[in-house]
Design a protein around this ligand. Sequence first.
Ligand SMILES: Cc1cc2nc3c(=O)[nH]c(=O)nc-3n(C[C@H](O)[C@H](O)[C@H](O)COP(=O)(O)OP(=O)(O)OC[C@H]3O[C@@H](n4cnc5c(N)ncnc54)[C@H](O)[C@@H]3O)c2cc1C
Length: 454
Amino acid sequence: MTEYDAIIVGTGQAGPSLARRLAAKGNRVAIIERALFGGTCINTGCTPTKALVASAYAAHIVRRASEYGVTVDGTVTIDMKQVKARKDAIVAASRNGVEASLRRTTNVTTIQAHASFVSPHQVTIGNEILHAPRIFINVGARPAIPPIPGLDTVPFLTSSTILDLDHIPEHLIVIGGSYVGLEFAQIYRRFGSAVTVIEASPRLVGREDPEISDNVRQILQAEGIQIRLNAKTTRVSPGINVSIDHPEEPGAIIGSHLLLAVGRRPNTDDLGLDKAGVAVDAKGYIKVDDTLRTSVDGIWAMGECNGRGAFTHTAYNDFEIVAANLLDGGSRGVHDRITAYSLFIDPPLGRVGMNEAEAVAAGHKVLVGSLPMASVSRAYEKGETLGLMKIMVDGETKQILGAAILGTGGDEVVHSILDLMYTKAPYTILQQVVHIHPTVAEFIPSLLLNMKSV
Ligand SMILES: Cc1cc2nc3c(=O)[nH]c(=O)nc-3n(C[C@H](O)[C@H](O)[C@H](O)COP(=O)(O)OP(=O)(O)OC[C@H]3O[C@@H](n4cnc5c(N)ncnc54)[C@H](O)[C@@H]3O)c2cc1C
């Protein structure tokens, strides 16, 4: 048995940073990765998808070149092998960077193996057992495979395996009309595929307010993406033939490729958590308290596997919370975090805090300001006027409750609202801020000057 001061399982967005911090304080740390260093974000999540989004955007803008007075001779063709090579190079640089940085860190032993618990403070990596008083779990999640009849008869893709394509599907069928599915839908439509999105609920991105869902749908449909809402997939068969149960138009959709994008499940089923006594919820997420301690003393769970966030920035913030509390005498907790994320279609959706329905349900006296992006001069000048911006405040406490900016630059602009939310300052401060013209952000003060009660 090998002794360490700390064992970290998984090299996602929290583990490597924590390994470096612990090691710098003189702790002997073992960090164990069973697959690709850097985890989901770098290898099969944010990094590769945003590289593909960039290629798709380039194709889109070249096709629209004449609208800007730019002449491009010849047809627009996508060299998917080149697109993939660019994406792979970006991914490899990040992955190699994570591994190299761990391997050169003094006091860190980097191990490539599958790890699982054999007792609360012992982890096995095959033939060897490691022991440490502190163990940090950062094992992430993987695509969920829904129990659709016939799925075993077709070669389906997941958000991970679709990244290996070096050709353009003739007709991509996407089951799941939420964040991951919609990014791929638009990417491949812009690469030239026919694309159909099948969504069981009445709206795309169902956790957003209805007008946001509706605008997202319009943006995607305007590019020729077929969207079937209220459509439950009942069977798939070779072809690829996807049968749907739809109130008005039941039947089958025939495509060349099938992407399953119906959510994720935590990598906790083969971790021996029962041997350590670590409690999980009904979906397999590790139960943690506000400081990310599990049900067992000396074991923490960080990142997607604890069910407290499904993003890179939330996983990284988990590292910050654990490090602050353990190493810096801090008292940080997950409760300090404000919800923030983006849907990286083009134009993107930047979201912070509550949506309108949540704000009303929470009993706030909600005031809402909203504005179509077509009224934003910078959007007009850029020829990118789709979408809208929306902000919710509490009329009594003057606190900003949430915002959605669906439009050009929405993923960046929304941070000016998020930053103020962290200060807990009243929204009236933002009413008087003088923003740079011409920007999308300059309309945020105007939004706050023209609000209505819900
Ligand atoms: C297609 C897609 C696009 C996304 N885009 C974004 C985005 O734009 N922005 C954003 O914020 N988030 C995005 N996400 C989500 C984001 O990637 C994840 O939330 C984030 O990477 C989770 O990080 P993590 O630290 O929890 O775990 P992960 O990054 O998943 O890392 C876990 C690591 O643990 C390893 N591991 C698992 N079990 C074991 C074991 N038993 N032994 C040893 N090692 C093990 C795994 O191999 C993996 O490397 C996206 C996700 C997907 C799928």
